[in-house]
Write a protein that binds this ligand. Sequence first.
Ligand SMILES: CC(=O)SCCNC(=O)CCNC(=O)[C@H](O)C(C)(C)COP(=O)(O)OP(=O)(O)OC[C@H]1O[C@@H](n2cnc3c(N)ncnc32)[C@H](O)[C@@H]1OP(=O)(O)O
Ligand SMILES: N[C@@H](CCO)C(=O)O
Length: 340
Amino acid sequence: MSQETFHCQEELKLESGEVLPEFDLCYTTQGHLTPKKDNVIWVLHALTGDSNVQEWWSGLVGEDKFFDPTKYFIVCANNLGSCYGSTQPLSTNPVTGKAYYYDFPNLATRDMAAAFDRLREHLGIESIDTIIGGSLGGQVALEWSYILQEKVKNTIIVASNAKTSPWTIGFNEAQRMAIESDCTWGEKRPDAGKKGLETARAIGMLSYRHQEIFQASQSESEEKTDHFKVSSYLRYQGVKLANRFNALSYWVLTKAMDSHDLGRARGGTAKALSEIKSKVLSIGINTDMLFNKEESQFISQHVPKGTYREISSIYGHDAFLVENEQINYILKSFYLENND
Ligand SMILES: CC(=O)SCCNC(=O)CCNC(=O)[C@H](O)C(C)(C)COP(=O)(O)OP(=O)(O)OC[C@H]1O[C@@H](n2cnc3c(N)ncnc32)[C@H](O)[C@@H]1OP(=O)(O)O
Ligand SMILES: N[C@@H](CCO)C(=O)O
């Protein structure tokens, strides 16, 4: 596997009208392009993921796994706005020579897709066999599929949607309120909002999981009136995330998720979906309370070549990172049924 940084010197005009004068994307590649360049698998990560897909999707990507680098050329790039090597609020604004911090422009999922498309061109990739992404990665994948048109053969969207629901925006807003309530928020320092980010992640975890998994893993074996297991679990998850992520990126990426709507300025969500050219496999999760399965079904019902499959899990939304056996089975049958 190789990890590199793509530096795009051409400006990126954003949907908001603002401009990023230049940007970086950190990305990994595994495997080799065939002479016909027809074996590209492009993986898009979720909110706090990174370009090291083999680490966080080890059940799907790697030698002898479904996406095997001995067969495919597998690309995964860190989202624009994320703090794992791509341009983000702590990056230097070339216009001022200082870090952007709170002046970082609003990103939309279609801006993130447009940035990936620049990297595709840089890598000399004309067409993509499959783009696959979960959650925020699925939203960006859908936007990119719309832009790519015939240049992508298969689009696989896991636990995601075509337009963010008020429910999901609400969860994101509550998380940003937690960040805002940190007295360091507003200061120009890399750890601004770090304590607030801990609380934000604790709130987020309630949306990424389902009651059943908490029942299974955090129930008490004795009568307790305080110091519950689940309390230490949420606090632990908060600290863990705050130690590996930054609140400014979290802010920007949750805002991008909020404004996601494939149909904006394209005649509505259903119409935009109907204009997607690739085959689309939309995978829902029966217990997902954040991007519920009806949102996944909406995608497959409105694209011309859509298939819907469902993961059954007690995990909830995060099942897309955990239920690898089921995802493998779904992928295998989709490719058997839909590809020569
Ligand atoms: C650089 C990077 O890391 S990029 C990361 C890329 N990651 C992603 O894209 C997704 C982020 N990851 C995740 O969301 C999760 O790790 C998943 C969904 C993949 C897997 O979740 P799980 O393994 O089930 O983790 P789970 O939610 O059970 O938490 C386990 C952790 O909580 C701890 N824990 C469990 N119960 C408790 C408790 N009651 N009190 C305190 N800690 C607890 C465990 O010790 C374990 O700690 P560890 O992570 O340090 O080993
Ligand atoms: N566990 C996921 C949640 C959002 O899909 C992440 O941290 O990216």
